[in-house]
Design a protein. Structure first.
Length: 243
């Protein structure tokens, strides 16, 4: 997604990537939302959390992968550079526009390069992934889980889209954890409650249970830190996964 970056681990910036999975928040919209993103632009171009997520997914050349809530494309671009066929799913028009600007030079280079990378930007969200059944080798989401308007539907969509032995890695940075370097900005009492910033708590165990209910295997919630930041995360594999 995404690159919700610093602010936060994806590239959606919080002040937020908008409708990442259906709902969105009113303060994500319009001119004020655009100005927030522009202010955060230098931080959103690259995200160490996104780098860590892509490293764990380990996309291989020719694989079809999905970045849910891709934002400005920090993770999607990295996966495409590894040779994967990337579907970057992003519901927010402003962020799609920024990603198009970001990927234009890469697109021009690919026309003259012997090594082809493919990154396709599509409108969608967690609850409506624009891919065929069983067509995706890997799916990830970074700092978008708290935006999903329907967690059950999002998980069902992942299960629908995932190919046998496919991989899933869903990560939200734990900004409410005092150890997080952005805690005072987004989670500290000085700046109001966590919910006032639009963040919703993500229950990793509930998410894991939903994935198991959909037939996914090797479900693991043990990863609690990425790139030196506390996270809530769930890893899983498709029904034919061997762990």
């Amino acid at each position: 997604m995404g690159d919700h970056g610093h602010d936060h681990g994806g590239d959606h910036g919080h002040d937020h990537g908008g409708d990442h999975g259906g709902g969105g928040h009113h303060h994500d919209q319009g001119v004020l939302g655009a100005l927030r993103y522009l202010r955060l632009l230098p931080r959103l171009w690259r995200s160490e959390v996104n780098d860590a997520v892509v490293a764990r997914i380990a996309p291989r050349p020719g694989e079809r992968v999905v970045d849910i809530g891709a934002g400005m494309g920090a993770a999607a671009v990295r996966a495409a550079a590894a040779g994967a066929d990337v579907v970057a799913v992003e519901p927010t028009p402003f962020m799609r526009g920024l990603m198009r600007l970001r990927t234009l030079p890469a697109g021009l280079r690919s026309r003259v390069s012997s090594r082809e990378h493919h990154l396709e930007l599509r409108v969608g969200a967690a609850e409506r992934l624009p891919v065929d059944d069983g067509s995706v080798d890997a799916i990830w989401a970074v700092n978008t889980l708290h935006h999903w308007s329907d967690l059950e539907r999002g998980v069902a969509e992942i299960a629908r889209a995932l190919a046998p032995r496919g991989r899933v890695f869903l990560v939200d940075e734990a900004f409410s954890d005092p150890r997080h370097p952005e805690h005072d900005r987004f989670g500290g009492e000085e700046h109001g409650s966590w919910e006032q910033h639009g963040f919703l708590d993500v229950d990793a165990e509930r998410l894991a249970a939903l994935l198991r209910d959909q037939g996914l295997t090797s479900v693991d919630t043990s990863c609690r830190e990425l790139a030196g930041r506390p996270v809530v995360s769930v890893w899983a594999k498709g029904p034919a996964g061997d762990g």
